[in-house]
Design a protein around this ligand. Structure first.
Ligand code: GDP
Ligand code: IMO
Ligand code: MG
Length: 422
């Protein structure tokens, strides 16, 4: 029996979808515990590329049950669009292999509208939200007037929706235009279809199955540096993306968690606004972006790119209690003459080796160590020993700096391009 957690250690898009799909055969349940359709998790297999926003990444593996936990915010319209696409493409009946928590919060057209207006009002200090209504939905949850998925089963759901909407009427007065009315119509149509799924108290489902000896993989969304408490606030998302978030977002106690798999790119990316100490604005940054095809899976926006940041990685490992590290997209760094790694910062005139709680671009600059590059021949490696020596030195240096072993190196987007190191 075990609950393992897999999560991103940077600013999201580390490759969580690929690895959840890769590991899923070892587990009985795959469970999302936070976030919502701001996530875009890409899976590639059998020549097919698929991006999941709301649905856990175990969905394509036989005999896995997938859970959308209480910590998630669910947009029924996006969820049903995703369901229909997958059912058509793969001839699957997803109602049998997917359960949704009664306690998950519903994203409604009101939340999406609020997200748009609130971002616009922020002007130059906008966060670069995905505009999926994430922040406003979590605000309503904490404000204790959210709408939960379990309520769709109630006879007076429409009244509950109207009551929730009314909390925002003063602010939104004048914004309820025709496109909003159309979105509301789609929302209610999707709610009807949502009722065909198992809407249950997933905390009981999880714990009963833990006690029966089943294995669960909790799938994180976003990344540690986007965590509402520990990320680069205020340029963060609105949920706890860390291991502790898996306990809260699924209703499992901390002592049930065994392994924590921390995923990081061999470099760094960030989409949206906010501090990014190792960001590159030159041709090297452009080359990383082009080699790595760094465009957002949810919004299509170009991702900002930079070198690996060790103080930030150590901070994320500490917060999550990472037991195994998985290095993703290492193939993207092939064919560079030199590779740099940030090992500390000059911060307000002082040298530091930790990730500070307040970062502004003007008060921080990275201190780099330089490595010799390696060639794309290494991208065909089947085992660690097949990697060129310079590549191996890069891996060993990171392990040495952070004190946790790298157990997996990913060399491409498909399942087979993965080296597992025992
Ligand atoms: P997630 O949000 O963490 O699941 O990551 P995304 O799916 O948003 O972004 C990762 C992108 O990199 C996707 O397009 C993946 O198909 C791709 N990818 C994953 N692992 C690798 C890898 O090792 N090498 C390369 N080149 N691409 C990868
Ligand atoms: P996955 O799960 C990368 C970023 C947005 C924005 C900030 C807040 O695919 O790794 P939000 O819509 O949550 O209010 O946006 O967080 N962001 C992500 N960046 N990957 C994600 O998810 C993200 N989800 C949100 O770009 O800067
Ligand atoms: Mg993504």
């Amino acid at each position: 029996m075990s609950v393992d957690v897999l999560l991103g250690l940077q600013w999201g898009d580390e490759g969580k979808g690929k690895i959840v799909d890769y590991l899923a055969p070892k587990y009985d349940f795959i469970a999302r515990f936070q976030g919502g359709p701001n996530a875009g998790h890409t899976l590639e297999f059998d020549g097919i590329k698929h991006v999941l926003h709301q649905i856990p990444s175990g969905i394509f593996r036989d005999n896995k049950h997938n859970i959308i936990g209480n910590g998630v915010v669910l947009d029924p319209v996006i969820f049903m669009d995703e369901i229909i696409q997958i059912e058509k493409k793969f001839n699957l009946d997803l109602t049998k292999i997917l359960s949704i928590s009664t306690r998950a919060q519903l994203i409604s057209p009101v939340h999406r509208l609020l997200d748009k207006i609130l971002e616009k009002n922020k002007g130059d200090s906008k966060i670069g939200s995905t505009l999926k209504g994430i922040g406003p939905t979590y605000q309503d949850k904490i404000g204790r007037h959210g709408l939960r998925v379990g309520e769709v089963l109630s006879k007076n759901f429409n009244d509950k929706y109207a009551k929730q909407k009314s909390y925002h009427d003063n602010f939104l007065d004048g914004h309820y235009d025709q496109s909003f009315v159309d979105e509301e119509k789609k929302f209610f149509e999707s709610i009807k279809k949502l009722k065909k799924f198992k809407i249950v108290d997933t905390e009981y489902l999880m714990n009963k199955n833990i006690n029966r000896g089943k294995n669960i993989l909790a799938e994180g969304a976003q990344g540690t540096l986007l965590d509402i408490d520990f990320g680069s606030y205020p340029f963060v998302t609105s949920s706890n993306t860390t291991t502790a978030g898996a306990c809260i977002g699924l209703g499992i106690s901390p002592n049930k968690i065994l392994n924590v798999f921390g995923i990081f790119k061999a470099y760094c990316t960030r989409v949206g606004a906010g501090p990014f100490p190792t960001e590159l604005f030159d041709d090297i940054g452009k080359k990383i972006a082009s080699n790595g095809n760094e465009f957002g899976s949810t919004t299509g926006r170009a991702r900002r790119c930079g070198w690996l940041d060790i103080p930030a990685l150590k901070y994320s490992i500490m917060l999550n209690g990472v037991t195994e590290l998985y290095m993703m997209k290492a193939d993207v760094l092939s064919d560079f003459n030199e590779i740099k790694v940030c090992v500390g910062y000059n911060y307000n005139g002082e040298k530091i080796d930790y990730f500070p709680s307040s970062i502004e671009s003007e008060n921080i600059s990275p201190i780099y160590k330089t490595f010799q590059g390696w060639s794309s021949k290494s991208n065909k490696a089947q085992k660690f020993e097949d990697l060129e020596k310079n590549f191996q030195s890069y891996v060993r240096f990171i392990e040495d700096q952070v004190g946790v072993k790298i157990n997996l190196i990913s060399l491409g987007p498909v399942r087979e391009q993965t080296i597992y190191i025992n």
